[in-house]
Structure formats: structure tokens, C-alpha cells
Design a protein around this ligand. Structure first.
Ligand code: TZP
Ligand code: MG
Length: 223
């Protein structure tokens, strides 16, 4: 697999989550804590600001040798030479993005059903985001909350593919081990978890990321 998805940070530029802090500073702190991939997701700012912010973030992620993926915007990824993109079901299709991006670009696709997961797998996506795991105030227009049972069914449907998999939605320190272990199908497990608020809104993003790394690496502690 081209990318370590184990602790996947998704950024958010809304004041409620960023709380007046500088996004690059927050992301650098999270990288120090062990985040393995960063997705710049910005539903707030216009294109000019997004390109400028993405370029600054890229300077930071490169220092840590961690890929930067751009949410939604293939044009922004191309403008700054990001390592890849993350596309939802309503964004540019995988096929179109593949034509525009460099050969080795990472392309991830959001999925919430067996059909979407199978299509992304057949298309040749590098990984799929599977969600929404749990309802979350970070994204309220989510198509469906599928929980660990729904995630397990999707993993089982793509069990014969080496495609990367990451769960997203409402994941925090208290539930991350449950998410990873209860979602496993006999032949395929999640490769990682994607987190927004539990890291970006944390008082200490580095400590939050470190705690996630520890929980992800160690055997689960629940009954
Ligand atoms: N897609 C599905 S849920 C979600 C996205 C981008 C937001 C997840 O945010 P949080 O704060 O980790 O629950
Ligand atoms: Mg999108």
C-alpha cells in the first residue's frame, strides 16, 4: 500500500474546531504526535486561500515525510503538487481525477455502501474512507451512519482486494479500539482511522495524536 493510513488526520477550518488557532501550527503539532497522513479539508475558504493554505501545509507535511491529500479539489492538489486527493461521491470521478493527476498520485474515495466500495475498488482507488462510523457534529450532512456492523459488511465485500481502508466519523480515544476490532471481517480489517475534532479541536493536538498511536498499536482494552 502506498500510504500508511493508521492515523489519518482530516483538517477543518471552521472556528468551532480551529478555535482561532493557526491550522499549520495545529497540524505540525499533530504530526509530532504521530499522524501518518494529512488531508486538507476546507469547506470554509475560497480557492485563493485554499491554495495558499495547502502550500503552507505542504511545507509542514514534507518535513515529516507524510503525504498531504487535498479534499474535493484536484485543481488545488495540482497547483501545489500535493501527494494526492480525497474525493467524495459527488466530486470529480476517480477516472477523471486519474487522468489529470500524476501517475503516482494517491486517490482516496469516500464510501458508505457495498456498491460504492466495490466501485472504488474496481476503479483502482488507493484507499476508501468508510463512513459515517458514528454521528458527528463535524459533518451533519452525512448520508448514513453505519457503525461497526455496517463497516464490517463493507470490508467483507472487498475482502479480496488489497485496497486501503479507513473509518471516519465520531472516532475518539474512547471508541477507537472498538472501531478497529469490531469492524474486522474475517479476511479484512481497517488500515486506520480518520479523525477531525478529536485531534484538531484538542487543547494539545500532539498529545491527542500520541494517545491515538498508543491505542492503535496496543491490543484493545475492553470487555
Ligand atoms: N466524513 C464523514 S464524517 C466526517 C467526514 C469528513 C467528519 C468526521 O469528523 P470527526 O470530528 O472526527 O467526527
Ligand atoms: Mg467532497
Amino acid at each position: 500500500m502506498p500510504v500508511d493510513l493508521s492515523l489519518y488526520l482530516v483538517t477543518d477550518s471552521t472556528p468551532a474546531i480551529l478555535k482561532g488557532r493557526d491550522l499549520c501550527t495545529v497540524v505540525e503539532s499533530a504530526l509530532q504526535g504521530g499522524v501518518t497522513v494529512v488531508q486538507y479539508r476546507d469547506k470554509t475558504n475560497d480557492t485563493g486561500v485554499q491554495v495558499e493554505t495547502a502550500r503552507k501545509l505542504h511545507q509542514v507535511t514534507k518535513k515529516y515525510n507524510v503525504p498531504l491529500l487535498i479534499n474535493d479539489r484536484v485543481d488545488v492538489a495540482l497547483a501545489i503538487g500535493a501527494e494526492g486527493v480525497h474525493l467524495g461521491q459527488d466530486d470529480m470521478s476517480f477516472i477523471e481525477a486519474k487522468k489529470l493527476l500524476p501517475e503516482n498520485a494517491i486517490i482516496g474515495i469516500s464510501t458508505s455502501s457495498i456498491e460504492e466500495a466495490r466501485k472504488a475498488t474496481a476503479d483502482g482507488a488507493d484507499y476508501i474512507g468508510i463512513g459515517t462510523m458514528f454521528a458527528t457534529s463535524t459533518k451533519t450532512n452525512t448520508k448514513s451512519v453505519i457503525g461497526t456492523a455496517g463497516t464490517q459488511v463493507i470490508l467483507d465485500a472487498i475482502k479480496d482486494s488489497p485496497i486501503g481502508t479507513v473509518s471516519i466519523g465520531g472516532i475518539n480515544h474512547s471508541n477507537v479500539q472498538r472501531v478497529l476490532y469490531q469492524s474486522q471481517s474475517p479476511k479484512k480489517a481497517l488500515d486506520g482511522v480518520a479523525i477531525v475534532s478529536a485531534i484538531v479541536a484538542a487543547d494539545d493536538p500532539k498529545a491527542s495524536a500520541e494517545h491515538f498511536v498508543e491505542l492503535i498499536r496496543n491490543p484493545p482494552r475492553f470487555a
